[in-house]
Design a protein around this ligand. Structure first.
Ligand SMILES: Cc1cc2nc3c(=O)[nH]c(=O)nc-3n(C[C@H](O)[C@H](O)[C@H](O)COP(=O)(O)OP(=O)(O)OC[C@H]3O[C@@H](n4cnc5c(N)ncnc54)[C@H](O)[C@@H]3O)c2cc1C
Length: 569
């Protein structure tokens, strides 16, 4: 085959001819385009392609096919080619054809298709091509052999090699890992030269880095590491959705803006394979794509970014604030937005802590899907992030166990996810169950599950464990002057006043912390709604308040008064 397969199967002869023409005309030089009216022929082609290294990029199927429904065929595609994008070919206004509309809504809700595509109405039909190229782009990003992939070779799954994988997971950089004693690892090592030391990093531009330093890793991940200046209007700590939103609004509204993150872009959202509830993305968007777009958007407005640097303290200095980085460097901002989010609580099982990165993972499974192909995976947690992760893993894994302490999923998971899980045969929901042990030889091989009602324990084979059991805010580095609630989340606005922690005469802004001119947005803020959209909204609100603060300060300066007078109390 000349390239990855793009397959269309459609009963309607005119529609099939139009689809075939559009696909061949635009993609035949890079993809192997096959168009057929026969579902049997389509399945035979897909089965043949299972032995082809190029893989299957996209399958389009008409809603009604001879002897089967397009949706059923597309579901079969998922079992054969979990990465392939799957879309239903529909008439111009699917919402007016009730059976088609219902089929789409149902299939989307249950994750049986990725989306729908309208049949081409003209040639060229750019609307059709827009949908096709979006699918092809998403498919390319997921493929391990995507362009610009960094290859990492390690002796074991854990240790320094795992640090490297974790770093790349948090950056906008495709990467692939293999063990040194695998066929691929041996080939990469042989090509790297006699001096190569593990872990080894092979960059897309041909450079080879032996046991690289953090700085080399950061540069390879495309993350700028140096501060260009040390004085800004606005310093944002955290480059998740809330921090990125603050950066877009701050920079676009003329504030000199610096964003600091101890990893890369996207925060937790990066570990989400498909965010379906973010406004404007009807077919969903991966957290990685959303973060990359937001980063570009902030960057073109002039925001500066420093990655792989942890903020370790913050202190007032006159009318400014000093943020100190873990390496001792300091930046000054007239205002600071804290958008440091949260990270997942640990299971607290020592045997499993030792296997962190070697089959045990905290957070979503987005970069581990392939590694779970044909294997047994477990997800611990009962909220939406756990449900989403289980569905994502079900595309690859032989079997997925969703381990939940609660008596049902209803308490913490959205209805649409519960429906999708119920309709996915290889996901087993284990209620009133806890993971209490596990182990393996250098890599996770088994788990011990306890039935919380009978206290009975059983050992099950397991290749992957993904833990999403609630969050802990990243606030331990903050000074006492920034008040927090009992769980460590940052208090803002009225909550600060109510806790009698506000030191000035003026009232705090609704997103301002107890340290004046320091704002908080997103998951880290006490009482916030833990969602991408809320984080993005809070980021923009915080910036509007930063402007109001600066304007008030400018007015006070004009009148010769002190902008922030301490309260008499
Ligand atoms: C698997 C998964 C699936 C999800 N799915 C959805 C979904 O479908 N829809 C939805 O709306 N929400 C979803 N969420 C929740 C959503 O991702 C979060 O609500 C959102 O990311 C919060 O954004 P944030 O910017 O407040 O914080 P975060 O995303 O947590 O980002 C905080 C950033 O700050 C950095 N940081 C922390 N401390 C420091 C420091 N001292 N110095 C420098 N940097 C620091 C962190 O490394 C991180 O990059 C999901 C979450 C997960 C894990």
């Amino acid at each position: 085959m000349p390239g990855p397969l793009v397959l269309a199967v459609e009963d309607d002869a005119a529609s099939l001819a139009a689809v075939a023409h559009e696909l061949r005309d635009r993609y035949a030089s890079s993809y192997s385009v096959v168009a057929t009216p026969s579902p049997d022929e389509a399945l035979a082609t897909l089965e043949d392609a299972a032995h082809d290294s190029e893989g299957v990029a996209l399958v389009l199927a008409g809603a009604r096919l001879p002897g089967t429904a397009g949706i059923d065929l597309l579901e079969h595609v998922r079992a054969l080619h979990p990465d392939a994008k799957r879309a239903l070919l529909v008439p111009w206004r699917p919402s007016e054809d009730s059976p088609t509309a219902e089929a789409i809504l149902d299939a989307m809700a249950l994750g049986r298709i990725d989306y729908y595509v309208r049949r081409p109405a003209a040639s060229p039909d750019e609307l059709f091509h827009h949908a096709i190229t979006s699918f092809l782009l998403e498919w390319t990003k997921v493929r391990r052999s995507a362009p610009h992939t960094v290859h990492i070779v390690g002796e074991t799954w854990s240790g320094r090699a795992n640090d490297l994988r974790e770093t790349f997971k948090r950056c906008a950089q495709p990467h692939a890992f293999c063990l040194a004693d695998s066929d691929e690892g041996r080939a990469l090592l042989a090509g790297a030269g006699a001096d190569a030391k593990l872990p080894l990093m092979l960059l897309p531009d041909g450079r080879v880095l032996s046991d690289p330093t953090n700085r080399e890793i950061a540069e390879a991940a495309g993350a700028p590491v140096d501060l260009e200046q040390d004085d800004y209007d606005l310093v944002i700590v955290g480059a998740g959705p809330a921090g990125l939103s603050s950066a877009v609004y701050g920079a676009s509204e003329g504030l000199s803006t610096l964003v600091i993150d101890d990893g890369g872009i996207g925060g937790q959202a990066r570990s989400s394979s498909l965010i379906r509830n973010y406004l404007g993305f009807s077919s969903g968007v991966s957290g990685g794509s959303l973060a990359e777009q937001a980063y570009e958007q902030a960057w073109v407005f002039g925001a500066k970014f420093v990655f792989m640097h942890e903020a370790s303290s913050i202190s007032p200095a006159g009318q400014s604030l000093i943020v100190t980085l873990a390496d001792g460097r300091r930046v000054r901002g007239r205002a600071v937005v804290l958008a440091t989010g949260v990270s997942y609580r640990r299971l607290g099982v020592a045997a499993l802590e030792a296997l962190n990165g070697a089959g045990v993972h905290y957070g979503g499974p987005i970069s581990e899907g392939h590694a779970m192909k044909g294997r047994d995976a477990y997800v611990v947690g009962g909220a939406n992030s756990a449900g989403q992760s289980a569905l994502y893993l079900a595309r690859y894994a032989r079997r997925v166990g969703l381990v939940v302490r609660a008596p049902s999923l209803d308490a913490a998971m959205s209805h649409y996810l519960i429906r999708a899980i119920e309709a996915t045969p290889n996901v087993e929901v284990m209620i009133r169950t806890a993971v209490v042990g596990g182990g393996g030889d250098g890599r996770l091989q088994h788990l011990v599950l306890r039935d919380l009602v009978s206290a009975a324990e059983r050992t099950v084979p397991a290749d992957g464990l993904f833990v999403l059991i609630g969050a802990r805010p990243h606030t331990s580095w903050l000074p006492d002057a920034i008040a927090r609630d009992g769980d460590g989340y940052v208090l803002t606005g009225q909550d600060v006043a109510a806790a009698a922690r506000w030191p000035l005469e003026r009232s705090p802004f609704s997103h301002e912390t107890s340290l004046p001119r320091v704002f908080a947005a997103g998951d880290v803020r006490s009482g916030s709604v833990k969602r991408v959209a809320s984080g993005v909204g809070e980021g923009s609100v915080a910036i509007q308040q930063v402007h109001a603060l600066f304007e008030a300060a400018a007015r006070s300066a004009d009148h010769g008064s002190r902008p922030d007078r301490a309260s008499a109390a």
